[in-house]
Design a protein around this ligand. Structure first.
Ligand code: ADP
Ligand code: MG
Length: 233
């Protein structure tokens, strides 16, 4: 089993990235526009029309995928930091992913205990966990299981996300979070980069265990709010 402690600091995110993402979205939009323009011409054969329309859809899907992995990330600074009930927020994200899991016949095992409060931006925390859970669901063809657990650990809390999907080779684990690194046909390679950056901003860490052909486990450790720590003393 490949074990990798990701020092989230190592993943610096600059404004260059924002620029490169808007560029990444502009490309498919420009291509889609081009095909629509072709479709407006007189007497386009039906067969060609079909090809052009499917190109338009494909390019719009691409733009959509990029934005959904990145959406809440455009401002790298944490702007709306508040006290969050980790359990409550995590449950919301699990309910978002549940229909997707059900559709693929994936067993969802949730074992979440009350871990107390963390500081963070609610929307960004949702985005981070959604990107991670989506990857687990996408790592399975049909069937399989996905486990989400929480645990309190002194002044920290732990979220464990474990799946028995395709898993990763040690090399793939190393490349995880590199902008645009993806092994999927329709992948953006932004989901994990966004997740790493959000966890970094929340002063947390991510521990990854993965084995190719077996599955993946990710352990997120986040500091509890100062008040929580005081009260437990
Ligand atoms: P995308 O999902 O668009 O490919 P991500 O940044 O979310 O981009 O993930 C990058 C890559 O990391 C994926 O293409 C996949 O190869 C790998 N990966 C991430 N999570 C998992 C997982 N739970 N199981 C297997 N592979 C994973
Ligand atoms: Mg993804």
């Amino acid at each position: 089993i490949q074990e990798e402690l990701i020092q989230t600091e190592k993943l610096r995110v600059t404004s260059e990235l924002s620029a490169s993402i808007s560029h990444e979205v502009k490309n498919p939009l420009t291509v889609a526009r081009g095909f629509v323009q072709l479709l407006m011409e007189d007497k386009v054969p039906v067969e060609k029309q079909k090809t052009y329309f499917s190109m338009v859809i494909q390019e719009l899907d691409r733009a959509n995928h990029i934005l959904s992995d990145y959406l809440t990330f455009s401002k790298p600074k944490m702007e709306q930091v508040e006290k969050l009930n980790l359990t409550t927020e995590l449950k919301k994200v699990i309910e978002l992913i549940r229909p997707l899991a059900t559709m693929k016949g994936i067993e969802l095992n949730v074992s979440i205990e009350d871990t107390g409060f963390i500081n963070g931006d609610k929307v960004k925390f949702h985005q981070c966990m959604l990107n991670v859970l989506k990857n687990s669901v996408e790592a399975m063809e049909q069937g399989g299981w996905l486990e989400v657990k929480t645990k309190r650990h002194k002044n920290k809390c732990e979220i464990t996300v474990k799946d028995n999907g395709i898993g990763m080779t040690p090399d793939e684990v190393n490349r995880l979070g590199t902008p645009y690194y993806s092994t999927k046909d329709q992948g953006t390679g932004l989901g994990m980069m966004v997740a790493f950056s959000i966890i970094k901003a929340m002063e947390g860490t991510i521990l990854i265990h993965s084995e190719y052909g077996k599955g993946t486990e990710m352990i997120f450790t986040l500091p509890l709010t100062h008040k929580e720590i005081q009260e437990s003393k």
